[in-house]
Design a protein around this ligand. Structure first.
Ligand SMILES: [Fe+2]
Length: 316
């Protein structure tokens, strides 16, 4: 059965219907879904009927799934492929810790998931299980069209530049009290500012909140350039938002978009969102633990614990 595709903006984002994604899909249907994802960057699926198991199973058509760094923490579900993107603790209660909430504020900045890793996250598939009565939407920005529309002089300026990305930097920008030295001591990943989006062959900006400095450029100048590019790419003509109902899912391609969470009353209203994430390589046949080294290497949990923050920073 062919997909029904309804564009959200002329160049970016589409609602898709016409296929039951709770069941195994034939190759033709999988191909059509991937083609639509490549073209539109963001796809919205309403009232999917997915549960944890079928969410994870469907996600595998996009590639290799990242696994949550569990540590000693108790999880709310059995699937290690499901990231907790809501505001509930292990017992399903609203998190009652101001520092944890501050840590999560970084998600309200324009970002790309896991750009602080060497192998980047490609797709994120976010499924709504419970939504607050007001707010809690997700905003998306089109980094391909934004790149297309940049003045040629800016395209020439940034063509061969690279940026260093750190999750700790975006947390600092959101108000968490890390020092520059603490960020320096932790892992970072380096990525080009401009890349070719493999699925479409179009060029895209790869910037956003984890990007801290431009390689070879004074910090002040590099950070100003990153800010200018983010502001350019988040002008009204490049963005839209999705409001969720239970069962709705959004799939975004981190390699051609940015996103940010909308505000809601996180101290009083429950929000249960679960996310699978598809990583750029390695192939599904190879074992993968992308977060282990990142969060063990520089002892972040020691610092986090010292400040009373649960060591669960990978929400971004
Ligand atoms: Fe995110």
């Amino acid at each position: 059965m062919p997909l029904t595709i309804k564009p959200i903006t002329p160049r970016f984002g589409a609602e898709i219907s016409g296929v039951d994604i709770t069941r195994p899909l034939d190759e033709q249907t999988q191909r059509e879904i991937l083609d639509a994802q490549h073209k539109w960057g963001i796809t919205v699926w309403r009232n999917t009927g997915l549960d944890d198991a079928s969410h994870v199973a469907f996600s595998r058509i996009f590639g290799h799934l990242e696994r949550v760094p569990r540590g000693n923490r108790k999880m709310r579900w059995e699937f290690e492929e499901l990231f907790d993107a809501g505001n509930l603790d292990a017992e399903g209660r609203i998190i009652d810790n101001e520092m944890v909430r501050l840590h999560k504020k970084g998600d309200r900045l324009w970002h790309t998931d896991s750009s602080f890793m060497d192998l980047r996250s490609a797709y994120s598939l976010l499924l709504c299980h419970e939504t607050p009565p007001v707010g809690g939407q997700t905003w998306f920005a089109d980094t391909r069209s934004a790149y297309d529309d940049l003045p040629q002089s800016m395209k020439d300026r940034i063509e061969h530049l690279e940026a260093d990305h750190s999750i700790w930097w975006s947390r600092k920008m959101a108000g968490y009290p890390f020092t520059e030295e603490e960020i320096d001591a932790r892992p970072m990943a380096r990525h080009p500012l401009v890349h070719v989006h493999q699925g479409s062959g179009r060029k895209a900006l790869y910037i956003a909140a984890h990007a801290r400095d431009i390689v070879g450029m004074p910090s002040e100048e590099g950070r100003a350039l990153l800010k200018e590019l983010i502001e350019f790419a988040t002008q009204p003509q490049y963005i839209f938002n999705v409001t969720y109902a239970v069962g709705d899912m959004v799939i975004w391609d981190n390699l051609c978009s940015m996103h940010r969470g909308g505000d809601y009353d996180e101290a009083n209203h429950r929000r249960d969102m679960r996310r699978t994430t598809v990583r750029e390589g390695p192939p599904p046949s190879e074992p993968d633990d992308p977060f282990g080294d990142l969060f063990r290497a520089s002892g972040p949990s020691a610092l986090s614990n010292a400040r009373g923050v649960m060591s669960d920073p990978v929400k971004a």
